[in-house]
Design a protein around this ligand. Structure first.
Ligand code: PLP
Length: 360
């Protein structure tokens, strides 16, 4: 029996994708081999890689002056690789710290060079993201870095940050492909696949030509975006399985009508859940300020940690898993990415209502 997995990632994959992967497991396209057994230099795998790349390009309407890379090391490696590449000794980078992951990214940049935190939500316990008007960039910053959806805190930017002449680098791990974005506002976007794009172990990097041109020439090839782009992300053996699944997820998302359609469904799912929280007479309390509420990660609290623990336990007994908040923040977090079904949200809401009635 499949259960409703509310985990923040690795998260639920679309069932038709899992079924197709199962059907193709022993023999991919008549090769008599699984995708994990064929050479990454084979024509079959090259077609898979180019298909996955095209899928991402089509879904996000990525212009030709951007590269799409499939890297390893998770989004956390990008926290380091971005400043290692773009932060030179005599430059500084602007960081927006709106939550746990923005803070992590900043910590890696601080190791590399000068940073300027242009907004920090920590003093208000990461309960909102800034309005665009609150941000003032350093005109000569090497780049501006922000996290478009703070997975742990349940906060989401509702706008594409426009840096003007300053390149914008975005960690979009937990809301990429959940809605259309204005890609040309970004110099670079990166995202670990394990939430909305595929399995863990592969990180999608979308980077603009002019940004790539700024990379110094003396980097280790595997840490060099330019070399990786020139070699189709295959300087060494890539995560073939992960890239294959990304292609299948892109096909599925196109069948759903693309990111515009999935956005409508995502917003409908999130609204149902936030409405259930708001109409609970305070039994459930949303963590984020309303204007910053994430469509992907719905965070809330109950009156006590004991009650929250009982909630998580009983939900699990009822076929709903992964609802405990992050170990650093506690509370409850329901992650409802693209592949999370509407029925699962409705089931959670029924459970929430029963639990509130029994414990009020
Ligand atoms: C917004 C965000 N950034 C970065 C990460 C770290 O990703 P990884 O585990 O792929 O390094 C996560 C993981 O959950 C995340 O949600």
């Amino acid at each position: 029996m499949r259960i409703y997995n509310f985990s923040s990632g690795p998260a639920m994959l679309p069932e038709p994708v899992l079924e197709r992967a199962r059907d193709e497991m022993l023999s991919l396209g008549g090769t008599g081999m699984s995708v994990m057994e064929i050479s990454h230099r084979s024509s079959e795998f090259k077609a898979i890689l180019h298909g996955a790349e095209q899928g991402i390009r089509d879904l996000l309407a990525i212009p030709p002056n951007y590269h799409v890379l499939f890297l390893q090391g998770g989004a956390s490696t990008q926290f380091a690789m971005v400043p290692m590449t773009f932060l030179s000794k005599d430059s500084s980078a602007d960081y927006v710290v709106a939550g746990y992951w923005g803070k992590k990214a900043l910590a890696e940049a601080v190791r590399e060079g000068k940073t300027n935190v242009i907004w920090n939500g920590e003093s208000s316990s990461f309960t909102r993201v800034p309005e665009f008007e609150e941000l003032s960039f350093s005109p000569d910053a090497a780049y501006i870095h922000y996290t478009s959806n703070e997975t742990i805190d349940g906060l989401e930017f509702k706008y594409d940050l426009d840096g003007g002449d300053v390149p914008v680098v975005c960690d979009a791990c937990s809301n990429i492909l959940s809605k259309p974005i204005d890609i040309e506002k970004y110099a670079m976007i990166y995202a670990g696949a394990q939430k909305n794009i595929g399995p863990s172990g592969v990180t999608v990097v979308i980077v603009r030509d002019d940004m790539l041109a700024k990379a110094p020439g003396n980097l280790h090839p595997l840490m060099d975006y330019r070399a990786l782009a020139q070699n189709d992300s295959m300087i060494n053996t890539p995560n073939t399985w992960g890239i294959y699944l990304i292609g299948l997820v892109c096909d599925w998302l196109k069948e759903q009508g693309g990111v515009g359609q999935i956005q409508k469904l995502n917003e409908a799912k999130a609204k149902l859940l936030y409405d259930a929280i708001d109409s609970s007479d305070g039994f459930y309390r949303g963590r984020a300020e309303r204007s910053s509420r994430s469509t992907m990660n719905v965070t809330f609290n109950l009156a006590t940690a004991d009650l929250e623990q009982a909630f998580v336990q009983q939900a699990s007994q009822n076929g709903m898993d992964g609802l405990a908040g992050h170990r650093t923040s506690g509370g409850i977090r329901a992650s409802i990415y693209n592949a999370f079904p509407l029925e699962g949200v409705k089931e959670l809401i029924s459970f929430m209502q029963e639990f509130a009635a029994q414990n009020s």
